[in-house]
Design a protein around this ligand. Structure first.
Ligand code: ATP
Length: 464
């Protein structure tokens, strides 16, 4: 058996995701809708498992972090206060030859030049001008670009309200979920027993008018974020920040089982003026190491801005010392889609077995969309089908299961391997005699006989 990880191209991942019902382009029968995707049968299971794991790790097992589900629509003032209306923009250029629109910070980064989307239009234009000769369009290889323009990423809506003041201007679909956390900070403090340091976590949709939305689900215009904002005493901000960085690293390596060599820290050199420190966790996608998650120390910028714009007092009074301050915030922010893509890439394995290629998604069991598949050895033997159905019916109450009697066993194994099912259970003629089934392990392909009454505890033990 040989393994070849280097052969994982994005084309292979896209093809597997489509073929096996993980991910479909949105509105495909109408020619698709750029940078928006739908999750199919196994995609939605994987997505739910990722969200479940995140919630368990960030909320359930943390006494100091509580959950929230704020709305997508918010007062437009929120986005003025946050700086998104004036400053949430990416630097854009157009290749004058093939008219492809490109993000200038990405072009510069790819050429090894330090740049950041947060730089002003003048700053980035200057750097771009100085380095233009070294930069080529990734598609047509020409080196002829238009002037850099900043492009606002907020998605506008015409949500109607005909009486309020704000109806004169646009309303936005939220560009990030954390603003819902900041504006609810006081509600949470007043309605729960949290004391600083504490965190508020939420999972929800965000929308951005991304300019260069390529690379499959890595960068989409509608996506889901999992964000946790941790409120600290100013003195403790950096201590808590270090703890959070370690905690998040452990999540990827231990909880999701990602290979450590596929992850790395990237320190931001160009910090926005209020930030204390900013690191990203990058994943080694088929197109290179790219941001998976941001772990940032944001100072007291967010609550200060909302205090200014709302006129509401957002400081905190320490119940023990009486000290009054505006909390400093550290955050962990990651996309569900980027985690999904990383999980699929990390699990994707091609093996050669007796001259045949086997594609298998070696997910950690907690992420696998289907945990167990149950087969009757033959479809046309009712006694096997009935027994297999019986086992399936009892297991499905505890695990996400699939019953499959299509094609031969080899084909069924291949299908389950490609969706990453850790165990396949086969009912054969011996089962009717000895009450045992054949359990096949996805990764080792080893098969062993297990008594039906021991099946549930075996799976519980091995699906952790
Ligand atoms: P990038 O530099 O890649 O545009 P960002 O720094 O703007 O990302 P943040 O605003 O920090 O990203 O968002 C936090 C997280 O949300 C990111 O680390 C990423 O996982 C996810 N995310 C952001 N934009 C998108 C998008 N367009 N599609 C999918 N996920 C996204």
């Amino acid at each position: 058996m040989s393994e070849d990880k280097k052969s994982t191209t994005i084309e292979k991942i896209v093809s597997l995701c489509k073929r096996r019902g993980f991910i479909f382009p949105s509105s495909e029968i109408y020619g698709g809708f750029a940078a928006v995707y739908d999750f199919g049968t196994y995609g939605v299971e994987l997505e739910n498992n990722i969200k479940k794991e995140w919630w368990k790790y960030m909320v359930q097992i943390r006494e100091d972090i509580i959950g929230l589900d704020s709305s997508i629509f918010m007062s437009p003032k929120v986005w003025e206060a946050s700086g998104h209306v004036s400053g949430f923009s990416d630097p854009l250029t157009e290749c004058k030859q093939c008219h492809l629109r490109l993000r200038v910070d990405h072009l510069l980064e790819d050429a090894g030049i330090v740049a950041d989307e947060k730089m002003s239009e003048e700053e980035i234009n200057k750097i771009f001008d100085e380095n233009k000769a070294k930069i080529k369009c990734p598609v047509c290889i020409a080196s002829n670009f238009s002037e850099v323009k900043k492009f606002n990423l907020l998605v506008k809506s015409n949500l109607g309200n005909f009486t309020e003041d704000w109806s004169k201007g646009p309303v936005y679909l939220r560009g990030e979920t954390c603003q819902g956390i900041y504006v609810n900070y006081k509600n949470v403090v007043n309605s729960s027993r949290v004391k600083i340091p504490f965190g508020i976590a939420q999972i929800g949709k965000a929308f951005r008018n991304e300019i260069t939305a390529r690379q499959f689900i890595f960068r989409t215009r509608e996506f889901e974020q999992m964000e946790m904002q941790y409120f600290t005493n100013p003195e403790q901000e950096m201590v808590e920040y270090e703890k959070l960085r370690q905690y998040r690293w452990q999540y990827y390596t231990k909880n999701l089982g990602f290979k450590e060599e596929n992850l790395k820290w990237h320190k931001h050199d160009n910090l926005v003026f209020y930030a204390k420190e900013a690191y990203d966790i990058e994943y080694n996608y088929p197109f290179g190491f790219k941001e998976l998650e941001g772990v940032h120390a944001r100072g007291n910028y967010d609550l200060t801005q909302h205090t200014k714009f709302s006129g509401k007092e957002l400081s905190y009074v320490d119940p023990f010392t009486g000290e009054k301050y505006i909390p400093h915030i550290i955050e962990s922010s990651v996309g569900v889609g980027r985690t999904m893509l990383a999980a699929i890439c990390d699990a994707y394995t091609e093996e050669e077995i007796n001259g045949e290629k086997r594609i298998v998604l070696k997910f950690k069991p907690n992420l696998a969309p289907v945990k167990v598949a149950v087969f009757p050895l033959m479809k046309n033997k009712p006694e096997l089908v009935v027994k297999a159905k019986e086992i399936y019916d009892s297991l499905k109450m505890q695990f996400m299961c699939e019953f499959d009697d299509n094609g031969n066993i080899g084909k069924r194994y291949r299908r389950q391997d490609e969706i990453g099912t850790p165990y396949c259970v086969t009912v054969d003629f011996e089962t009717l005699e000895d009450g045992a089934v054949t359990v096949r392990d996805r990764d080792t392909m080893e098969q062993k006989r297990i008594k039906i009454e021991e099946l549930s505890s075996f799976l519980k033990e091995n699906l952790k």
